[in-house]
Design a protein around this ligand. Structure first.
Ligand SMILES: CC(C)(COP(=O)(O)OP(=O)(O)OC[C@H]1O[C@@H](n2cnc3c(N)ncnc32)[C@H](O)[C@@H]1OP(=O)(O)O)[C@@H](O)C(=O)NCCC(=O)NCCS
Length: 286
């Protein structure tokens, strides 16, 4: 993918996601044209060897991204223009990403896909990915709490080594470059057994990645990361279904609204996840 491809990549990103979401009865999911270009631009800096396009008769038909992080890696987003879907462009992208992943020595490649998208599931399963977890794409409204997360504090540059160690320990993912990026784009919080990133854009706050060793730590991080927002802000996150105690707490205490389900798929090595993990679609490296 070259710099001059980014505009077309962004248009396809917008059209492909809006098309599949509309066809399943959801509203358009990419409403800001700048989003696709911002994602592609950031990934071209972060993972220069992992950004690829597929062409049909010389025309860009789609794009894909690989995010190598040592032995683990992430893949996505993968998008093919609706005009070119169903003729093998997605397969060509996944073959290339799998080949680059293998060449980079990645033994455990992960991605997140919308569970309603059976075409994407089939494509990834054919490329060797296995559905390992169900994630709830969900949101709740923020509220001010009388007392929130007394053992949680803001993290700063000097905490990055600790944050790296927490992810390494609980997830087996080593990604210091993503923590640097997230510190520039958002805010980091640290608990005794975990960490949280939040990114606030207007009235929408995205939580994640969140990694914690206990339910208590997870709830304390969520409380600390939301109590200072304007009341009723839209707080979005992906909750692992296996963390049934967290799902119940969020449903009962925060009025969690579940919008759809996603699948966490892994190609290669997988050990059951430890602790509480709220992954993100940006950066899509784990
Ligand atoms: C998902 C997406 C990238 C697929 O791209 P594509 O170019 O249409 O995919 P391809 O034509 O290469 O391959 C689709 C494969 O799935 C298979 N497939 C499709 N529907 C299927 C089904 N219901 N069951 C089993 N297999 C199915 C096809 O037969 C084909 O397999 P083949 O390679 O053996 O022929 C594209 O549809 C897209 O951009 N969707 C919107 C954005 C999106 O959701 N991206 C994924 C984000 S996680």
């Amino acid at each position: 993918m070259s710099a001059s491809d980014v505009l077309r990549v962004a248009e396809i990103f917008r059209d492909a996601f809006n098309d599949v979401y509309r066809s399943r009865g959801f509203g358009p999911v990419v409403t800001d044209d700048a989003v696709g270009a911002a994602i592609a631009g950031t990934y071209r800096d972060l993972d220069p060897g992992g950004c690829v396009v597929v062409t049909v008769d010389g025309e860009i038909a789609g794009s894909g991204f690989l995010h190598p992080r040592g032995k683990t890696g992430g893949a996505g987003p993968i998008t093919v223009s609706p005009a070119f879907q169903g003729i093998g462009a997605g397969r060509a992208l996944m073959d290339e990403i799998a080949a680059r992943s293998d060449a980079a020595g990645i033994t455990s490649l992960r991605l997140i896909q919308d569970a309603f998208n059976e075409v994407a599931y089939a494509l990834y399963a054919a490329a060797g990915f296995v559905g390992r977890e169900v994630l709830l794409r969900a949101s709740f409204r923020s509220r001010r709490l009388a007392r929130a997360g007394s053992d949680v504090r803001r993290a700063h540059r000097g905490d990055l080594a600790r944050i790296r160690a927490i992810e390494n320990d609980l997830l087996g993912i080593d990604r210091p470059q993503d923590h640097q990026l997230l510190l520039r784009l958002g805010e980091l919080f640290l608990a005794p057994d975990g960490m949280l990133v939040r990114v606030v854009r207007g009235n929408v706050t995205v939580l994640g990645p969140l990694v914690a060793g206990s339910l208590h730590g997870t709830l304390a991080l969520i409380a600390a990361g939301t109590t200072d927002l304007p009341p009723h802000s839209d707080v979005r996150l992906m909750v692992p279904a296996r963390c049934d105690d967290l799902v119940r707490e969020l449903l009962v205490d925060h009025g969690l609204e579940i919008h759809s389900l996603c699948t966490y798929m892994v190609r290669g090595a997988w050990r059951d996840a430890r602790g509480y993990y709220v992954p993100t679609l940006f950066p899509e490296s784990g």
